[in-house]
Structure formats: C-alpha cells, structure tokens
Design a protein around this ligand. Structure first.
Ligand SMILES: [Zn+2]
Length: 396
C-alpha cells in the first residue's frame, strides 16, 4: 500500500513547484511490483487530460523505468554535515535538541556544523543549547557582522570580537554570500570579497587554526538572460529576486574572481568554498582552483544534483580530489539527505531529485569507492575542524 501511495505524493507535493521543504525522495523506482509501470495508478489516471497550455511547473511525468534500487535512508558511515544552519539554536529547548539528535542518529549524521552561530551572547547561547547538551554532536561557527566596514576602528573591533567568539567555543567562521553582493562600507561602496580591510580577519582564522566556510555569489545562470535556454529559468521564474541584473550586481566572474584572489592571498588560512564554489558544472575548473590553492576545500551542499547528472566524470573527479571535498547539505530536511547518500554510495539510475527548480533532470549514483566515501563523510572534516570527537568515526 505504501508503495502505491508514493507516486501520488510526488505528484501532489511537487506540483505546487514552491515546496522548499518537501522531499518526495522516492517515486519512480518504487512503483508497485504487481502493476505494470506504464499504467498510471488510479489517482494519477484520474487527473484531467490537458494538452494545450500545460506549464512546466505542472508537468510531472511519472517515470515508466523499472530498474533496481530504492532509497537510502541511512549513510553507510557516520558523517559530518559541514553546512547546517541552526538559526533558532539560541532558543532551542533541551527537548528540541534531543529530537534533532534522534533524527541525526537515524541518518547516521554524527556531527552537524551550525554555520549560523552569530557572535557574542547569541553565539554563546547557541553553543550552550546545542553543544552544551550533546557535546560531540554539534559544532558552531561564528559570523562577522559587516555592518560598518570602513568606520574608524571597525577592523580592530571585528577581529577582537571574532577572537572572543573563538575563545567562547566557536570552531570556525562562516561568511554569507552578502559579502561581495550586498555588503557596502560606510561610504555606500560595495565591499569586494578580497577587500584588504578584511585581511586581519582571515589572518586571525589562520593563526587560530579555524576554517572559514565561505559562500560567494550564486549559480552563474542567475546572471544570464532569463530566456528559454537558461538552465535556471524555472528558479528565476519562481524566485524572481534571485536574478542578478548587470545594472545592480557585478558579474559572476568578478565576484568569484575576488573569492579566488582571497584564497591565494591567505595561504595560511583554510577555506571551504561552499556549494562546490558554484563550479559543480565545470569540475575541471574547480580542480584547477584546488590545485592552485592547497588551503582550499569545498563541500557539496545544495549541489548534489550537479554530481548526479555526470556520474562517471564526477566519480573520477571526486576520487582524484577526495582529500579536498566535504559533505554538506545546507537546508535541513532529513528525507533530503537520502538523495545525497544515494548519489554518493549507489549505482542507481535515473532517480528523482527533490526540487525541480534546481534540477529538472533525474540523478544517477556515483558508486564511489569506500575510501572516497569515508574521506568525504568524515576524514577531511576531522582533519580541518578543530575538536571533532574521533571516537564517532571508524578508524579516524
Ligand atoms: Zn547555507
């Protein structure tokens, strides 16, 4: 009965096209084994016919493909999610944190890195509520408020606050994408990612051995014309504020170039370029960046659909760069992790992604070798994030 219902859920839920948090992970490969896959289940067959005027948001074809492979609800090894956002952590109750950790256990999520710790009292409260209750299961990164760059003494104050935040238990720094796109200084001038006034911040992180996870820019197609050839057209239609018109934003290349210049200027600081550095569709270029900058790592949050559409090339690439890639998820929804496990661990074919406006295509498993999976799941994180409990990980 459950299997019959799943395709129905997929249709209904993703039909609205805007469900950020809903994940019909299963569907095509989980049709009833009794029923021929090319016969629509009764609920779907009852949907009125429509030939003219169908929109791409409405169109939800049910795959007729029947191949082996089901969802993967638990990771093969304990893993560190280096890209989590627990904005609500300062207000978490003990019960809420216990519930989360129980979910983590079901996923085999050993450590969740909260990139949204903030600073000062907010940071301390977030750490107390999460790490204070489950010390080995959470890590908290600080954030620097770029509120008045260029004001007299701003850099010194920002560095002193960040040092205090590290003393209070922060184990890294997260930089949001507003740096390089929206942050302006006290004169109203855009602050580039590699602005020299920020150099002492990166230097402090290097001195203290604290990694910097940095999200810069957005998918490059957000800068391109919103025509029928734009691969992110649907996202720009559904989320129009994500468009980056040339009269309001520097180009993608300019902003990403600033990030790469920053990496080169601070070789003593460990950087994690979020979201495959937005180069997931050009892994050769990402490899060149990693080759040129031994201090740079990357993570796969919100871009697993890039890997899952190039399974052979991506598997080879990840094998070559296994020491430089970390597991990240970004938006927290337990069932969406299943798709990550499936892409990395299995050789399944043509299975659905959960957000059509990120990927209208289906995914293929990479079937990564065991040593590559372990490196991405936890070995690299244990090496670069201070104080992870190695007892959580086999052989670490
Ligand atoms: Zn994020």
């Amino acid at each position: 009965m459950r299997r019959l219902l799943l395709p129905v859920l997929f249709f209904v839920i993703s039909g609205c096209g805007t469900s950020e948090g809903v994940s019909p992970e299963s569907s095509s490969q989980e049709a009833s084994p009794q029923q021929a896959p090319w016969i629509l289940p009764p609920d779907l067959a009852a949907v009125p016919e429509k030939l003219d005027g169908m929109t791409i948001e409405e169109y939800e074809p049910v795959s007729t493909l029947r191949v082996p492979g089901f969802g993967v609800p638990t990771a093969r090894y304990p893993f560190v999610d280096v890209h989590g956002h627990w904005f609500q952590a300062p207000g978490f109750s003990a019960g809420q944190v216990d519930t989360l950790v129980a979910q983590f256990d079901s996923l085999n999520l050993a450590v969740s890195v909260n990139l949204s710790g903030g600073s000062g009292n907010r940071l301390s409260q977030a750490i107390a509520n999460t790490e204070g209750r489950h010390p080995s299961r959470f890590v908290t990164f600080a954030n620097v408020p770029f509120d008045s760059v260029g004001a007299p003494g701003w850099t010194e104050r920002a560095v002193a606050q960040l040092a205090a935040d590290f003393d209070a238990g922060a184990r890294g720094l997260k930089i949001y994408k507003n740096l390089g796109m929206d942050v302006v200084d006290v004169n109203g001038v855009r602050v580039p990612v590699d602005d020299p006034r920020l150099d002492p911040i990166w230097a402090l992180c290097g001195e203290r051995g604290m990694p910097v996870l940095i999200h810069t820019a957005d998918p490059a197609m957000f800068w391109q014309p919103r025509n029928k050839h734009n691969e992110r057209w649907l996202e720009l239609k559904l989320r129009p504020r994500r468009y980056r018109p040339a009269d309001q934003f520097p180009s993608f290349d300019e902003i990403i170039g600033e990030q790469h210049a920053l990496f080169a200027r601070h070789p003593e600081t460990t950087f994690i370029a979020a979201h495959l550095g937005w180069l997931g569709s050009d892994l050769d270029q990402l490899g060149q960046l990693l080759d040129a900058n031994p201090n740079v790592y990357t993570e796969i949050g919100a871009v697993v659909q890039e890997l899952g559409r190039q399974p052979r090339f991506a598997a080879d690439w990840l094998t070559d760069y296994k020491d430089r890639v970390l597991f990240g998820k970004d938006f927290y929804n337990p069932v969406e992790f299943h798709t990550y496990f499936r892409v990395l661990e299995t050789d399944h074919e043509y299975f659905p992604y959960y957000r059509k406006y990120h990927a209208f295509w289906r995914l293929y498993g990479l079937a990564l070798p065991e040593d590559v999976i372990r490196a991405i799941y936890y070995e690299n994180a244990v090496r670069i994030i201070p104080g992870l409990d190695s007892a959580l990980f086999p052989g670490a």
